[in-house]
Ligand binder design. Structure first.
Ligand SMILES: Nc1ncnc2c1ncn2[C@@H]1O[C@H](COP(=O)(O)OP(=O)(O)OP(=O)(O)O)[C@@H](O)[C@H]1O
Ligand SMILES: [Mg+2]
Length: 263
């Protein structure tokens, strides 16, 4: 028997994930393209449809998805682990609940340990969908998630329409595919907004199409640049976020994208 099998977490993590129907990772490579807004909104939209949804923020240095849902506090210790906080039907776990406003000074192996601990200790109960908000880059957090969540998992790759964002996303997409993660497709965020009846595309167009072609995955759809969604996220008002054009567009895309995964 290898030493790692004696680690209690090696037994606990598979037990936790046996109760979770599907894990959706939200990745991009590039920072600031909307992963956290999309992760939080995905969990929220699915929960509003009666899906048992969870949201796990794995951005250890810049946790933000809990704040987008307006969730604060400290998880209670239950009989079987830490109980995630809950908002509008979404169970939420984030390092933010423990670190509060303090920085989290971990790197390399320390990050992986922290993630193992979080996955082992969180008692999600039964979930149909766990959304995982990843940090930018293709570093420890992504690698730990891929290693520790080996089954019934997939990934959405987020990019803006800019060529720069798509180029970075391509590398992340290649890595995910090489590591046998099912890349459900590319999701273009901040595509366009309307001004005096005209559609404005501030970041250009075509890069997401090219990205999905190069990776040989679907282009799942396009989300508008929507200041109301950003404002609702800043204020931590999920009920407002659900009513935005951004959420409406995402909802349609999720309908098509997750129907198979969620059965
Ligand atoms: N479609 C959109 N319309 C308007 N604002 C948006 C949209 N998508 C994201 N934003 C805003 O852009 C900012 C960055 O989004 P977000 O934090 O979700 O990106 P991220 O990819 O998670 O960033 P990081 O890489 O730092 O984790 C936030 O203020 C968010 O509210
Ligand atoms: Mg983020």
């Amino acid at each position: 028997m290898s030493w790692s099998r004696l680690d209690y977490r090696s037994m606990l993590i598979p037990k936790r994930f046996a109760e979770i129907g599907y894990t959706l990772m939200v990745a991009s490579g590039k920072g600031g393209v909307g992963k956290s807004l999309i992760s939080a909104s995905t969990a929220l939209i699915e929960a509003s449809r009666g899906v048992r949804a969870g949201l796990l923020d794995l951005d250890l240095h810049g946790p933000s998805s809990a704040a987008i849902l307006g969730v604060t506090g400290a998880p209670a210790e239950g009989e079987d682990g830490l109980i995630p906080l809950e908002k509008m039907g979404v169970k939420v776990m984030s390092v933010e609940f423990f670190a509060e406003e303090k920085p989290v000074p971990v790197g390399g192996a320390g990050k992986r340990e922290l993630i193992r601990e979080l996955l082992a200790l969180t008692d999600w109960g039964k979930l149909d969908l766990l959304v995982v908000d990843l940090p930018p880059g293709t570093g420890d957090e992504m690698l730990a998630a891929i290693e520790l969540i080996p089954e019934r998992r997939g990934c959405i790759l987020v990019t803006t329409p800019s060529a720069l964002s798509a180029r970075v996303a391509f590398r992340a997409g290649r890595l995910l595919k090489d590591m046998k993660v099912d890349v459900l497709g590319v999701l273009e965020n901040m595509s366009a907004f309307s001004m005096r009846g005209e559609e404005v595309k501030p970041f250009g167009e075509g890069a997401a199409e090219e990205l999905s072609r190069r990776l040989q995955v679907q282009l799942l759809g396009k989300l508008p640049l929507d200041p109301e969604a950003s404002l609702a996220a800043d204020l931590g008002k999920p009920e407002k976020l659900l009513q935005t054009r951004f959420a409406e567009a995402l909802s349609e895309i999720l309908d098509r994208t997750l129907s198979l995964a969620l059965g």
